[in-house]
Design a protein around this ligand. Structure first.
Ligand code: HEC
Length: 212
């Protein structure tokens, strides 16, 4: 039975995991054969449906580098990856980093979007709780990423922090070369207005993130 591609983040993890299985000390030719087999299995296992088309199986250069089974990322290469990601970030067009934390909380809760059932022009969620603890009151959250509870209190709602969080949401690889967090701005998952709401969720002193 063929699976439908549901979501780009999931795909990235799947591709990385399958590539990773072929790891270990092996010759280049053997590795190339494994890579071809993996690509072949992936191509045969999925079909396109709706907006979930097969281009999601293609790794961009950053994903390929980060999921290479023999990855040895030196400081220099990590810095190059981060600098390239940083250079691609679109900063807020009006210079304003902060939106409405209440809208940010809704986005953090919502994992909606990008499935074959969704429309290309539909708004996506941010799915932040899937990987992060964010507020004290929401007890259902994942732990793939660090806790963000009290983020603004701990880091301060300064221009520097606003820029850091904006960059993290736009493209987490700008500050951590092979981050496993989705590239929300870079990949067109969230738009500028939504990212403002998310930054406010983490930094606005009135947000539940910064409540005691
Ligand atoms: C698939 C899991 C995943 C999702 C979904 C996710 N993150 Fe992350 N996030 C991570 C991981 C892993 C890290 C640590 C690596 C890094 O810093 O890039 C991280 C790091 C961060 C950091 C940096 C923390 C620090 O102290 O430097 C922030 C801020 C953040 N995430 C915010 C968010 C927000 C807001 C959302 C929702 C829009 C979100 N994340 C969605 C996995 C995720």
């Amino acid at each position: 039975m063929k699976m439908t591609i549901r979501n780009s983040a999931l795909m990235a993890v799947t591709v990385a995991a399958l590539g990773g299985c072929a790891g270990g000390n092996m010759g280049t030719a053997q590795q190339a054969a494994y890579d071809r087999d993996t690509a072949d299995v992936m191509a045969r296992s999925f079909r396109a449906q709706g907006i979930a088309t097969l281009d999601r199986l293609q790794q961009d250069p950053l994903m390929a580098t980060c999921s290479a089974p023999d990855r040895h990322l030196g400081d220099e290469q990590a810095e190059q990856i981060q600098a390239a990601a940083m250079a691609g970030i679109k900063w807020p067009s009006d210079g304003n980093f902060l939106g409405d934390w209440k809208e940010g909380e809704k986005l953090a809760q919502s994992g909606k979007g990008l499935t074959w059932k969704d429309k290309a022009d539909g708004a996506n969620g941010g799915n932040c709780y899937n990987c992060h603890r964010i507020s004290k009151t929401e007890i259902s959250y994942g732990t793939i990423g660090p806790s963000l509870y009290q983020y603004g209190k701990l880091h301060g709602n300064t221009e520097k922090t606003q820029k850091y969080v904006w960059a993290k949401i736009w493209n987490p690889n700008a500050t951590m070369a092979c981050s496993n967090m989705p590239r929300f701005g870079h990949s067109g998952i969230l738009d500028e207005k939504q990212i403002r709401h998310i930054v406010a969720l983490l930094l606005d002193p009135k947000s539940p993130v910064n409540a005691e």
